[in-house]
Design a binder for this molecule. Sequence first.
Ligand code: GLA
Length: 391
Amino acid sequence: MGKQILLILFVLLTLGSSAQKFEQLAKTPPMGWNSWNKFACNVSEKLIKQMADEMVASGLQKAGYEYIVIDDCWQVARDENGEIVVDKDRFPNGIKSLADYIHAKGLKFGIYSCAGTKTCQERPGGFGHEYQDARTYARWGVDYLKYDWCNTTTQDARSSYANMRDALHTAGRPIVFSLCEWGTAKPWEWAGKVGHLWRTTEDIVDRWESMINILDKERDLAKYAGPGSWNDPDMLEVGNGGMTTEEYKTHFSLWCMLAAPLIAGNDLGNMTSETKEILGNKEIIALDQDTLGKQAFCFRDNGDYEIWIKKLVKNGKAACLLNRSDEEKTVQVDFNVLLKSNDDYWSIEPYKLQDYKVRDLWEHTDLKPDKNPLFIKIPPHSVKVFRFIKN
Ligand code: GLA
């Protein structure tokens, strides 16, 4: 009897051992570029190589951007053995050679598929081919997989994504697993054990209203984020033309405060100096990449004016003052209050302002917090971002 129980335990343990995601990946939110927001189905080997080149030439690789991800439309069919068939016209040398090209630049390579029978653009999906596809991705040198949720009919999200996680783990190549089921089955509650990031909302659109709507949906999700497990409010629209420069600064600042994956979605070969400056603002990126891995919480909500706070390593903190309105606002800012802010509304932290330097992360200047409180002007749809750094 004792032996039987031991045997059952052994079997359960060995079965359980493949049911895991790759740990030690995405300890900070993944950074990179993805083809969808700008190019949709217009992807090709030429374009992806060009974007990899530009990632390096623009200096964005040095700022931390790493993954080059092809989204939907690289695949056209399955062959008689069920193997996925690549669009030969658009990717004449196949995916492996493209991955090699990207790796040779010191970048990483990502690809897209879908948990359903077809992708969102009606290309062959992964359903029923999970282990086969995972082996293919491992062979090609894939480092990142975005897995969508179209054409899934009655599939259960949790088990479908767990199945792909197990397939990737069995294939043996460490791959960042990005769940893209738009928050429908509350992935924040379960996906930490399945993948490294999970979409929380519908698709972003390159407009202020869409971006700010997504922000509102992130508000209660802060507690689910941490090293290796990130809420994904969708890819960046910075530089795509539908928002003003101020709005893009706001978009980027908020995504960094949220510890969101920073996946650029613009044409890297055709960037204005403003776009480059936003995507390359290392001081703002440092908030996103802070190794404590805390997502910001909304500390004050005064309707059109909000204050978001992100805790950082070494008792540091960032404060993002957001003017959502269509008019300029003059706000009174008390750095003492911001520094002592806590996500637990009723308690304050015992930090002393005199022990800290205060930095304006868009002006790149240090502030003298001696004149406190300060009155600060914030343009419409804009932010001020301050960082408290312990002396
Ligand atoms: C869904 C996803 C998008 C994109 C498209 C591709 O809409 O949410 O991010 O991948 O599919 O078809």
